[in-house]
Design a protein around this ligand. Structure first.
Ligand SMILES: CC(C)(COP(=O)(O)OP(=O)(O)OC[C@H]1O[C@@H](n2cnc3c(N)ncnc32)[C@H](O)[C@@H]1OP(=O)(O)O)[C@@H](O)C(=O)NCCC(=O)NCCS
Length: 267
């Protein structure tokens, strides 16, 4: 397994298997987690078994391990926990997420990250993670959760980086529930190419996932969007783009509720 996923900002994204289950890991998952860890890190599986067992044994108030499973097979895992280090802020961190290469771009790492952030949110009002500056895929994955760069360094919390540069990120966590769970917290703007969700004042900048949004066209067919993050300079928020662009009369749904209708362009 190559170390980083190839950076492919425009997908393709795929639907996850219908029996996918994402939740807290337990002893049954030890071997599957070890196999994924060994493939990703390029280490012997015995070494990864010890790593997985330590992660499972540590699970508790300060450490959390989430696993994704389909057809009895572990296809992803993600770790979160408390870090106390001299070279990074003390706090709760996302400590690595891996998806089996055959199951990538199905939203699995997104869901694993969502669940880890929910766990951190119960304990703190901020979360950190760090990544190799060259790992654009993971940086894109986390951007959706409102992470902002704090610093770059050659070593963060005892970790050094191939290529020499790591980036520490921080996100503010508020009592905001799952992305998109309450449309009331979003300022929603509609345009012919998509819908923009901007967090309200004091709200966490967490985007509703594409799966929470759909457009129903005038002929009754449904279209799902693709999300891109809009920079703060452009007003911030999250555009969910539709391709082809939406015709007048298309109705936008968030979490199953119609929230607006695309109207004619202003003269
Ligand atoms: C990074 C990684 C965990 C992503 O896993 P995944 O399950 O494929 O990710 P998801 O399907 O949940 O992707 C969610 C979003 O992240 C971003 N993303 C994920 N993979 C990407 C890639 N290769 N290129 C660009 N963006 C990517 C996209 O915004 C994606 O949303 P979209 O599919 O709607 O465009 C996976 O590629 C992996 O295991 N890489 C190797 C291990 C690693 O680098 N882990 C992170 C550091 S520990």
């Amino acid at each position: 397994m190559s170390h980083y996923a190839e950076h492919a900002p425009h997908g393709p994204s795929r639907r996850p298997p219908s029996d996918l289950v994402v939740g807290v890991a337990d002893q049954r998952h030890a071997e599957g987690i070890a196999a994924l860890h060994a493939a990703r890190e390029g280490v012997p599986v015995e070494q990864s078994r010890s790593w997985a067992q330590r992660a499972l044994d540590r699970t508790g108030e300060r450490s959390y391990l989430v696993v994704a499973e389909t057809g009895g097979r572990v296809v992803g895992y993600g770790l979160a926990g408390w870090l106390d280090s001299e070279t990074a802020p003390q706090g709760f961190y996302l400590l690595g997420v891996v998806t089996d290469p055959s199951f990538r771009r199905m939203g699995i790492a997104h869901e694993i990250t969502l669940q880890r952030l929910d766990w951190i949110r119960e304990r703190a009002d901020e979360a950190f993670y760090f990544a190799n500056a060259a790992n654009a895929a993971t940086i894109d994955l986390h951007a959706r959760f409102g992470f902002r760069e704090v610093m770059r360094a050659s070593e963060i919390a005892g970790v050094t980086f191939d290529g020499g540069s790591g980036i520490l990120y921080r996100a503010t966590l508020t009592a905001n529930p799952h992305p998109g769970a309450s449309s009331g917290t979003w300022a929603v703007t509609v345009g012919s190419t998509g819908v923009r969700f901007s967090p309200g004042p004091g709200e966490a900048s967490v985007a509703p996932p594409d799966a929470a949004i759909k457009a129903v066209l005038a002929d009754g067919s449904e279209v799902v969007p693709r999300m891109e993050v809009v920079s703060d300079e452009d007003g911030g928020g999250f555009w969910h783009r539709f391709d082809p662009p939406l015709a007048d009369g298309s109705v936008i749904y968030l979490n199953g509720s119609a929230i607006m209708t695309v109207g004619p362009a202003a003269p």
